[in-house]
Design a protein around this ligand. Structure first.
Ligand SMILES: Nc1ncnc2c1ncn2[C@@H]1O[C@H](COP(=O)(O)OP(=O)(O)OP(=O)(O)O)[C@@H](O)[C@H]1O
Ligand SMILES: [Mg+2]
Length: 386
């Protein structure tokens, strides 16, 4: 893969100036910034209020037109509709149709991507389970609490299994368990090669999941780089060991004090952070099956973790194998034993569908062959999805 193919976002001299009615500059929100985001990276966009984070992501999404500079997303203009199906976006405010239920909301967004109804149903069920809302899926989202609405918003951003996920303050309003699940989800997405841009004020969350960070101030990128490199304190050394006896500590201290006449040596027990402590308490309560009427925890949707692709192919193979034999004669009392599937032949039939236009081109399957295959699959799997 060439460099430009791996670059999901390329910005050069990107600028956004908001003007008033008379076209006089009102606010320089983004001021001549350059950055490149590569496929599979988890990026943290940090900065104080009003530093330009949301404006930057809105330009990436084609929601705001840059005032200057050059911006490419998947090698195209961000306003190009062809890239929309590859992007998932959770805005900083959750905008939902309040009279739709959570299930209807996800179904609606799935339909915007022309997803067949069976697939929409499957993903909706998995997503509601993942965000802990399967028991309230039939309630209108207008009745939801802030955190519950945020969870629906997050599910909506993932309904199309996007390659680029842009999350603007995803954990705002979420309880610590919800925050933890979002972090887990981001890691799973990254493992699958998805690119994630995370805007957040919660530095601990960013630290847990991001590979690279950009710190913005006054519309400019002040610092950027790999998180590990940026956070390493080069002029200090830390030694971690299992619990040591007083006597061993005494001997070690003697050596250390000798090696560092200027002082600065100290020994203590490490502490866990509050989040780890909190999660431990909740995990124990759950293990004891303590009752709760609040949000629950769910598994990552299997279509997002990539687990169910293989399973579905297998199931398809089995289904196809079942319809291959001829109908048994009417007079035959017992059905013939099910034949072994012809795996080579069937694997050709159920070759996974390309996920994007680029893949489609790469696959070089003629339209005629594809139509034939689809018809055969539809017939064999029992008809229409819509
Ligand atoms: N639609 C708009 N019209 C005028 N000014 C705007 C608009 N949107 C953003 N701005 C201004 O642009 C600057 C950057 O705003 P932006 O929303 O990008 O900040 P942010 O880093 O996302 O802040 P926060 O952490 O509060 O979400 C601010 O000065 C803001 O007032
Ligand atoms: Mg913002």
């Amino acid at each position: 893969m060439s460099d430009s193919e791996q670059n999901v976002v390329e910005a050069v001299g990107l600028k956004k100036v908001f003007c008033d009615f008379w076209r006089r500059p009102k606010a320089i929100a983004v001021d001549d910034i350059d950055f490149t985001i590569r496929q599979g990276e988890v990026i943290g966009l940090l900065g104080p209020n009003g530093s330009g984070k949301s404006t930057t992501v809105k330009m990436l999404l084609g929601l705001l037109r840059p005032s200057g500079g050059n911006l490419k997303v998947f090698n195209r203009d961000p306003a190009d509709v062809r890239i929309k199906s590859r992007i998932g976006y959770l805005p900083e405010e959750t905008y939902l149709y309040k009279y739709l239920t959570a299930t209807e909301t996800l179904d609606f967004f799935g339909a915007l991507f022309n997803m067949p109804s069976k697939e929409r149903q499957r993903r909706t069920t998995q997503l509601l389970d993942m965000v802990g809302l399967n028991s309230v899926g039939e309630r209108p989202v207008g009745e939801f609490s802030k955190g519950m609405a945020r969870r629906v918003g997050l599910a909506q951003a993932l309904i199309n299994d996007p390659d680029l996920v842009v999350l603007d303050e995803p954990t705002s309003g979420l309880d610590p368990i919800g925050c933890n699940e979002v972090k887990k989800l981001i890691r799973v997405l990254a493992e699958r090669g998805k690119t994630v841009i995370l805007c957040s004020h919660l530095l601990a969350d960013v630290e847990d999941v991001c590979d690279n960070i950009y710190v913005m101030y006054g519309g400019k990128i002040r610092v950027s780089g790999e998180l590990d490199n940026l956070l390493t304190v080069e002029d200090k050394t830390r030694i971690v060991a299992p619990k040591l006896s007083e006597e061993v500590i005494g001997r070690v201290m003697e050596i250390l004090n000798e090696a560092t006449p200027g002082g600065g040596v100290s020994v203590d027990h490490p502490t866990m952070n509050l989040e780890t402590f909190f999660m431990d308490v909740v995990r124990k309560a759950r293990d004891e099956s303590a009752a709760t009427s609040g949000a629950t925890t769910g598994e990552i949707a299997s279509y997002l973790s990539g687990e169910d692709k293989e399973q579905r192919s297998k199931q398809m193979l089995e289904n196809l194998a079942r319809v291959e034999p001829e109908e048994p004669a009417e007079s035959t009392p017992a059905p013939p034993p099910e034949p072994e599937p012809d795996h080579d032949k069937l694997a050709g039939l159920v070759k996974p569908e390309p996920e994007s236009a680029a893949d489609e081109e790469a696959a070089k399957i003629s339209q005629e062959e594809r139509d034939q295959r689809n018809k055969q699959l539809e017939r064999l799997l029992g008809g229409d999805d819509q």
